[in-house]
Design a protein around this ligand. Structure first.
Ligand code: C2E
Ligand code: CA
Ligand code: CA
Ligand code: CA
Length: 274
């Protein structure tokens, strides 16, 4: 097996050699794609459940590959993180998202995902300031989504960086809440603006245990003055349950899949149509 090979004596098997070659090709192609700005940004609305209005859009990276078509982030973000391309890739997404946001109504925020490695890179604040200045986007229209992984390594430094970003006027959201090492204490570790409840909770929202856990998350979030988003909402039933729990915002296929910028405008986000 592959694992046995990694740990023992099959390291130079033709199969693993082929796998390593594939990986090297992917790295080279990814470097090239970032250079040519072939990483596209799709957008998915975050909707106010009470009114149906879009309050923000999340920027999600897609790689437009010349032969393989659209490659999802799960396939190239980990590669970018491993080969040190994530900072460049992240800056490209940030720059494109800020420029696109300038063409959206100004009551709509744009949320950009950050890798923990970008936060640890030491120049995230400069990159953010550059993207804002370059696009002309107001600081208050940018939201950055981080996961609790930033609390694992060098968390003091990371917290300082997040504080500097908040002082700029940028919002910070805690993403994928409820998975991994999740603990309610992360919510109090930093003055987040928003918490995004992971889809796995929404999938299990029919169970009373889930409703109980979500109830206490909602309570704490309200105490901390955080806005709450339910991620991965796919059905009307889920929307209703989420709403009953007091969660004001939802994001998911029920409202819209992530779409290219042009399509987002067609959905009625164009300034002229509001
Ligand atoms: P995420 O930040 O948790 O983003 C939400 C993911 O859930 C997106 O997958 C979105 O398409 C998907 N999703 C939204 N609503 C639904 C739904 O109702 N049902 C289902 N089944 N899925 C839904 P996507 O676009 O494939 O992105 C996957 C992950 O890749 C993201 O998870 C994020 O962690 C990462 N990612 C994407 N773009 C970037 C980026 O620019 N930088 C970094 N560092 N990570 C990124
Ligand atoms: Ca996210
Ligand atoms: Ca998420
Ligand atoms: Ca995720």
């Amino acid at each position: 097996s592959k694992n046995a090979g990694r740990n023992c004596f099959h390291v130079y098997s033709p199969e693993l050699k082929a796998e390593a070659d594939q990986r090297n090709i992917l790295e080279i192609e990814l470097r090239e794609a970032i250079w040519r700005e072939e990483i596209e940004v799709f957008y998915q609305p975050v909707v106010e459940l009470g009114t149906g209005r879009t309050k923000s859009v999340e920027a999600l990276a897609r790689w437009r590959h010349c032969t393989r078509g659209l490659i999802p982030p799960a396939e190239f973000i980990p590669v970018a993180e491993e080969c040190g391309l994530i900072v460049e890739l992240g800056n490209l997404v940030l720059a494109k998202a800020c420029r696109h946001a300038m063409m959206m109504p100004d009551d709509i925020k744009v949320a950009v995902n950050l890798s923990a490695l970008q936060l640890a890179s030491g120049n995230l604040v400069d990159s953010v300031m550059y993207a804002l200045a370059d696009s002309g986007l107001a600081e208050t229209r940018l939201e950055l989504e981080i996961t609790e992984s930033v609390f694992l390594a060098d968390s003091q430094e990371n917290l300082k960086t997040l504080e500097r970003l908040r002082r700029l006027g940028v919002s910070i959201a805690l993403d994928d809440f409820g998975v991994g090492y999740s603990s309610l204490s992360y919510l109090t570790a930093f003055p987040f603006n928003k918490v995004k409840i992971d889809k796995s909770f929404i999938d299990r929202i029919g169970r009373s245990e889930t409703v109980a856990v979500l109830g206490s998350i909602v309570q704490l979030a309200k105490t901390l003055n955080l806005s709450i988003v339910a991620e991965g909402v796919e059905t009307y039933e889920q929307v209703e349950k989420v709403r009953l729990l007091g969660i004001a915002l939802g994001q998911g296929y029920f409202f819209s899949k992530p779409v290219p910028f042009g399509e987002l405008l067609l959905q009625g986000l164009a300034e002229s149509e509001r």
